[in-house]
Design a protein around this ligand. Structure first.
Ligand code: 13P
Length: 244
């Protein structure tokens, strides 16, 4: 399966920056051995999606509400993301779990809603630093997978150790490979052939200097990139590290 390099802009970016990024990725995408996805803030989705019409570069949201519509001031539905040009949505990011108290059950409800609206979901899992120190990472990620994915799930998983996000620190290659092998086993056990074909992204301080080592490990199907996705040169250098 072709790799996927996805940029999560989090609460960063503006119209001018989005248009600059569109120009850069439009030129670079055809020569890459992976697919590209950019998840800007919701305010920029429509602009970015329009600027990328006719390219293979996809755009996605960073969250959606669990309900299809209704009285939820300030929230955004999956259908609204789709209407703005998104084909994807990130769900259960650790910053959503921490800042907004999102539980596995809520993430699962969101994946159901997102799928019904025609979006592909990237569901994030990953242990905190204290859980890693306590040796609980397998149990934690196993529980997150079991609780956050609905039966028949067909999206993408992103393994993002919380302690590696925005810190410049990453797990060892052996630790990433071990966790991705565990996740693959869980997906195959639960979803059969579909589970053995699902992409499993690594996220957490991916940058041009470590991308080749991390992204070509077994069972690593691409990256979910935060800070380094804000500059086109860095984002594209990471994507270039994915071998075909
Ligand atoms: P950084 O790449 O900035 O560590 O962020 C990773 C992340 O949270 C992507 O979703």
């Amino acid at each position: 399966m072709r790799g996927l390099v996805a940029g999560n802009w989090k609460m960063n970016g503006d119209t001018a920056g989005a248009l600059q990024m569109a120009v850069a990725v439009r030129e670079a995408a055809p020569a890459l051995a992976c697919d590209l996805l950019i998840c800007p803030p919701a305010t920029l989705l429509h602009t970015l999606a329009n600027a990328l019409v006719g390219t293979t570069v996809a755009v996605g949201g960073q969250d959606c509400h669990a309900n299809a519509k209704g009285a939820h001031t300030g929230d955004i539905s999956a259908a609204m993301l789709h209407d703005a040009g998104a084909g994807w949505v990130i769900l259960g990011h650790s910053e959503r779990r921490a800042d907004h108290g999102e539980t596995d059950a809520l993430v699962r409800a969101k994946t159901v809603t997102a799928t019904s609206a025609g979006l592909s979901a990237i569901v994030c899992v990953g242990e905190t630093e204290s859980q890693r120190v306590a040796g609980e990472q397998i149990a934690v990620v196993g529980a997150q997978l079991a609780g956050s994915l609905q039966d028949g799930f067909e999206g993408v998983i992103a393994y993002e150790p919380v302690w590696a996000i925005g810190t410049g620190r990453t797990p060892t290659e052996a630790d990433v490979a071990a966790m991705h092998a565990f996740i693959r086993g869980q997906l195959t056990q639960r979803f059969g052939a579909a589970g053995s074909a699902m992409r499993i992204l690594y996220g957490g301080s991916v940058k041009p200097s470590n991308a080749a080592a991390l992204l070509n490990l077994p069972e690593v199907g691409g990256a979910l990139v935060g800070g380094a996705s804000l500059q086109a040169a860095d984002f594209l250098a990471i994507a270039s590290a994915v071998r075909g």
